[in-house]
Design a protein around this ligand. Structure first.
Ligand SMILES: Nc1ncnc2c1ncn2[C@@H]1O[C@H](COP(=O)(O)OP(=O)(O)O)[C@@H](O)[C@H]1O
Ligand SMILES: [Mg+2]
Length: 479
């Protein structure tokens, strides 16, 4: 099919109308294209292999929410060619190359932007016969395009908990079992999913990340299973392969699986059990060979109780659960992570910034509600907006302001103390109550493990046993 060429200029009113037509989505799906932008990043001309929509007259900034980063913006800023893999909001990936064309004064007059659907390249590379060439090709392009090598240098695993996570991931990578990553947002679920893929026998095939929360409900089925030509009005006339087909031979990463509506949960379960998919409007079934990794930050068991998640699907995907702890519960990782992120920025922008001891201490004190993602953002904010080379952590860099948090902690302590103070009794009696309460809390936090609790309390195990015995006699209960 010959590429189509559009050159239209539009006024603001026309732009506004088109903007209402979900141009973000069109841009994200309109993956194989060559665009010409002007120095303000306005799209002047576009050649597209697949006609879905028209981006002319848009500013690339208008559609930036469809992507995780913008090579054209970076090329404009740096005045050099920028190439990289861009994640689209709808789960696909594009390999984008932005080439600035400079005028005699060295200023940008145009940027030529080419974008190719990454799954196409993946498919092309796996179509090559010589398996060694195939592997090399894939490794080289990925290394070159993403700027990251196949080494694990960039995953920080200083804490015991993260080392355990990596060890388990490494081990399960060699199997085809379904993995379930559980953890708050920003704890590193996706980075672990990619790690598992990279260490699996599937590493030369596609890794397809899908954010289940980001796909509009009415498009879910066609996104997952694809459709044949003429399946419904408004569909791509050529038909479309679904995510399962795109991940063939590779790994499908279903992020935020708790956000799948119940009817999709049933369909997903059927596919997992039969190992087959059928495109919408098709009668033929296709066998699929896909490894599934799911992730959630929601409590699926709780959702099952409220009939929001199917129990049978839960058991089908919860084969190997891996839990990513909150950053605040593995403080050994904080400074090494911050160092890695700062190092990346120093390299990228040619800087020599360093954390002051104040910043390092503050990092360790803060509770990081947004986990590693928040830490990365805070480090970037600090590095980019601090004029000198010495970085201090100020409240304005944090997402939940520190002061607010410390205040609420103070209030917590106040209530605790007044709670005890209100009791009648001698100092000894009050102190004993506090001691008992504290022992109970520590014991609960260590999952009833007396040895561990004794360590935290800083007393010998035998002493703790004695105290527990006394406590049990007093309350007549087991704690
Ligand atoms: N152990 C780690 N080492 C280095 N970077 C990490 C680590 N964990 C998370 N990150 C980074 O933190 C950000 C959030 O991680 P991500 O995997 O997207 O979290 P989640 O999927 O749980 O929301 C990403 O930029 C990721 O690269
Ligand atoms: Mg994520």
């Amino acid at each position: 099919m010959l590429p189509l060429c559009y050159t239209i200029s539009m006024d603001i009113k026309q732009r506004k109308i088109l903007k209402e037509h979900d141009m973000e989505r069109i841009a994200a799906e309109n993956s194989n294209s060559i665009n010409l932008h002007d120095r303000h990043n306005n799209i002047l001309m576009t050649f597209q292999g697949i006609k879905v929509g028209n981006l002319i007259g848009f500013n690339a900034g208008d559609i930036s929410a469809a992507y995780n980063w913008s090579p054209s913006k970076r090329a404009l800023e740096s005045k050099t060619s920028v190439t990289g893999t861009v994640d689209t909001k709808y789960g696909g990936q594009q390999i984008v190359c932005a080439n600035p064309l400079l005028d005699d004064d060295g200023e940008v007059s145009f940027i030529l932007v080419t974008a190719v659907d990454k799954s196409l390249i993946d498919r092309y590379s796996s179509a090559l016969n010589d398996s060694d060439t195939e592997r090399k090709f894939h490794e080289i392009t990925t290394e070159f395009l993403t700027g990251s090598s196949f080494s694990d240098d960039n995953i920080v695993m200083e804490s015991q908990q993260m080392r355990q996570v990596i060890a388990t991931s490494r081990y399960v990578a060699e199997t085809d079992s379904t993995v379930m990553l559980v953890g708050e947002s920003g704890t590193g679920k996706e980075i672990i999913a990619r790690y598992i893929h990279r260490h699996s026998a599937r590493k030369n095939n596609a890794f397809i990340p899908v954010n289940c929360a980001a796909i509009p409900q009415e498009l879910m089925e066609s996104e997952f299973f694809g459709y044949v030509k003429g399946a419904f009005t408004g569909a791509n006339p050529l038909g479309k392969s679904g995510l399962f087909e795109m991940a063939e031979g590779g790994t499908l990463f279903l992020d935020e699986i708790g956000d799948l509506p119940l009817n999709m949960q049933s369909k997903l379960l059927r596919v997992l059990e039969s190992g087959e998919v059928t495109r919408l409007g098709d009668t033929a079934v296709k066998e699929i060979d896909v490894r599934l990794i799911a992730a959630t930050n929601r409590d699926l068991k709780e959702m099952i109780v409220h009939n929001l998640f199917r129990r049978d699907l839960y058991f089908r995907i919860n084969v190997i659960p891996i839990t990513l702890p909150r950053l605040a519960n593995r403080r050994e990782d904080i400074i090494p992570l911050a160092d890695v992120f700062l190092e990346e920025l120093n390299k990228r922008y040619g800087l020599k910034k360093e954390f002051t001891p104040q910043a390092q201490n503050a990092f360790l004190m803060y509770d990081w509600p947004g986990n590693v993602r928040e830490l990365r953002n805070v480090v970037e904010r600090m590095a980019v907006t601090t004029p000198g080379d010495e970085l201090y952590l100020e409240d304005r860099f944090l997402e939940s302001t520190r002061i607010e948090r410390l205040e609420s902690e103070d209030r917590f302590h106040e209530t605790q103390i007044s709670h005890y103070a209100q009791r009648d009794g001698s100092l000894k009696e009050v102190l004993t109550r506090i001691e008992e309460d504290y022992i109970r809390q520590v014991l609960e936090a260590s999952g009833g493990n007396v040895a561990k609790a004794a360590q935290v309390l800083g007393i010998h195990r035998s002493v703790l046993y004695k105290k527990l015995k006394a406590l049990n006699q007093k309350t007549g209960a087991d704690i």
